[in-house]
Write a protein that binds this ligand. Structure first.
Ligand code: ADP
Ligand code: ADP
Ligand code: MG
Length: 622
């Protein structure tokens, strides 16, 4: 076999960009493919060439085998990298490429077929002596038979789609009464998502950890493992934080898992990159769950602890070479953590959110990287996976990696779509995560305790952020020194963590409040960092920070700002509540209203004037 010269990447987004990176380094030419929705996408620009393959809907483009074959032909690519998701685990695609004489950068068709069915995979693993979760993975799919099997296994039981992935088609059943509904629902989901309603049953393991082993095999009989990853931080059965190594497990247990994974790969004549996923219970017994016959979203953490480039390994192995390293040449160095940044709403069950990215700035990372396929202006639509980016960092140990990933997350600037950034930031500070007592069901079951600042603290920080912003940093410093005799209450109305907050603070409260370490703003959206934790707030509306005034013979500016409108003149009679002056402060318009019915004695400001807090605006006849 000859080395690969030109790779077509049958994918999009961050994984397409990541594959292009390695190809470039190895002097392999790249061909991107794109749908109507991705004409201006980052992966299209990065590749040497790009071919349009169809409409935005995945079935018309990234899942369209015919269109992809045509693109291969047109571009003269000699190999195809499928990335993950889409066609990466579709035997039909690998077979079609084989027939066309193009190399598929993945395992042999037979291995994809075998592992593509969770049932067949379990049967094979059992035969190879790999421990599996007790359950039923037979052909008899009659509901009454399945229910009898569920009784035998003992509730709670997990129903899984045999062809499933991404946590879809999975239902937990707590007792016999729930069985039929759960089965029907799992089958519906499975046939919709995977075109196959076949299910299997498994004993539901409570409070487990998800530990998986990266394996690699070549066409010459070589098989190695590249250690394990702990992917226990999940929501809706899908990973959001992954790390390596799995420091909460006994070394001896890990050794047995590594050996089991290598044996599993050997047993099926595997070739290329693969992942053997295990579920580990409280007493550290582990069971085979499934094997993913592709590169995994979380492969970067393995790269960081081993110093190897897994895409480079894939290209070499697909080009017929032997594995670049033997088992004894591979070692773990330090610790790596990856967080997946998703466009989603953690307050609404982590439902995907859509929108255009308005502002985007990734941090410079010390010992880390960002994998992403989006840029400012990119649209996060309904057609594709809502993952925006992966932030991956390395540290000499877990503590250092944890510190670095928190810091990296804190410095991401992203506006325009709702994300899980603030949620991840809190999660990384939770005791459960820090102490490694977080199980795959912990998030879904609401078991995690977060250290939340109280609303008063948050409002204080918000007020300080707003004042500092409207005044500019220099002025704020002098504002700090102002001595206020009669502080005006500040009224803040904002949304935080899915709840509306209404807070009244005195000006003195504001001055006492802690200055947030970082503030970013886009219109009504304010992202601030307090004690290293990210908070995302939305001001209720332009009158959100309506400031009440103390009644008296004059009204003063409640905070530094600029006069944009003066509605009264000397001698006017005004009524209580009437707007007299409009100020711009905190980048919002504040209406300064009459505290009582009165006659204007003096107007002390002009439009355009910059005023300090406490500056006398209007005096009344007493
Ligand atoms: P893994 O098993 O690799 O940890 P998942 O279980 O989340 O990851 O499954 C892979 C996921 O990758 C699929 O759910 C799919 O939606 C998603 N995916 C597919 N293509 C892309 C892409 N280009 N960018 C980001 N995510 C993708
Ligand atoms: P997928 O193909 O969707 O990735 P998996 O079989 O890998 O499906 O399971 C996804 C997740 O569901 C696992 O990472 C784990 O958190 C949970 N899970 C799977 N099987 C069990 C089980 N038997 N008991 C408890 N949780 C499970
Ligand atoms: Mg899985």
């Amino acid at each position: 076999m000859s080395p690969i010269k030109k790779v077509l990447i049958a994918n999009r987004g961050e994984i397409a960009c990541r594959i292009i990176d390695t190809c470039r380094r190895l002097n392999v030419r790249t061909v991107a493919v794109y749908s109507d929705a991705d004409r201006r996408a980052r992966h299209v620009r990065l590749a040497d060439e790009a071919v349009h393959i169809g409409a935005a809907e995945p079935t018309a483009s990234y899942l369209n085998i015919e269109a992809l074959l045509l693109a291969v032909q047109q571009s003269g690519a000699d190999a195809v990298h499928p990335g993950y998701g889409f066609l990466s685990e579709k035997a039909e695609f690998a077979r079609a490429l084989e027939a066309a004489g193009v190399r598929f950068i993945g395992p042999p068709v037979a291995a994809i077929e075998l592992m593509g069915s969770k049932s067949a995979a379990k049967a094979t693993m059992e035969a190879a002596g790999v421990p599996c979760v007790p359950g039923y993975h037979g052909e008899d799919q009659r509901p009454e038979h399945l229910q009898r099997e569920a009784e035998r296994i003992g509730y709670p039981v997990l129903i899984k789609a045999v062809s499933g992935g991404g946590g879809k088609g999975m239902k937990i059943v707590h007792n016999a009464a729930e069985f039929n509904d759960a089965l029907a629902s799992a089958q519906r989901e499975a046939s919709k998502a995977f075109g196959d309603a076949t299910v299997l049953l498994e004993k539901y393991i409570s409070n487990p950890r998800h530990i998986e082993v990266q394996v690699f095999a070549d066409a010459h009989g070589g098989v190695v493992h590249l250690f394990e990853r702990d992917c226990s931080t999940q929501r809706r059965y899908q990973k959001i934080i992954e790390e390596a190594p799995a420091s909460s497990l006994h070394t001896e247990t890990l050794g047995r898992m590594h050996r089991a994974a290598v044996e599993a790969a050997g047993a099926i004549g595997y070739c290329g990159a693969g992942t053997v996923e295990f579920i580990v219970d409280a007493d550290q017994s582990f069971y085979f769950m499934e094997m993913n016959t592709r590169l995994q979203v979380e492969h970067r953490v393995t790269e960081q602890i081993t110093g190897e480039d897994l895409v480079a390994w894939q290209l070499r192995v697909a080009g017929g070479e032997r594995l670049p390293k033997s088992q004894s040449e591979l070692a773990v160095r330090g610790h790596s953590i990856q967080v997946r940044i998703y466009a989603e709403d953690p307050e609404a069950g982590f439902l995907p959110s859509t929108g255009r990215i308005q502002q985007l700035q990734w941090p410079e990372l010390d010992h880390g990287l960002i994998d992403t396929g989006v840029e400012a202006g990119s649209e996060i639509g309904i057609h594709y996976d809502p993952m925006i980016a992966k932030l991956v960092v390395w540290g000499r140990d877990r503590d250092e990696a944890l510190e670095r990933v928190r810091d990296g997350l804190a410095r991401c600037v992203l506006f325009g779509v709702q994300t899980n950034l603030a949620y991840l930031s809190r999660l990384l500070r939770s005791e459960a995560f820090v102490q490694q007592r977080l199980f795959t069901n912990s998030i879904d079951d609401g078991q995690i305790e977060f250290n939340e600042p109280d609303a008063q603290q948050l409002a204080g920080a918000l007020a300080r952020a707003l004042v500092a912003e409207s005044a500019g940093d220099g002025v704020w410093q002098s504002a700090d020194q102002w001595r206020l005799q009669s502080p005006a209450p500040v009224h803040l109305h904002f949304r935080h963590g899915g709840e509306m907050q209404e807070m009244h603070l005195t000006w003195a409260d504001v001055q006492r409040a802690r200055q947030p370490e970082q503030v970013h703003r886009h219109r009504q959206q304010i992202h601030l960092l307090l004690d290293g934790v990210r908070h995302e707030l939305t001001l209720a509306d332009s009158e959100a920070a309506q400031l009440a005034l103390d009644a008296g013979e004059r009204i003063t500016a409640p905070m530094p700002g600029k006069i944009i409108e003066v509605r009264v003149a000397k001698g006017d009679r005004v009524h209580s509540g009437e707007a007299l002056v409009v100020m711009e402060a905190m980048k919002m318009e504040l209406k300064i209203t009459a505290p009582a019915d009165a006659e204007v004695a003096e107007v002390n400001v002009k439009v355009g004037e910059q005023v300090a807090a406490e500056h006398s605006l209007i005096e009344f006849v007493t």
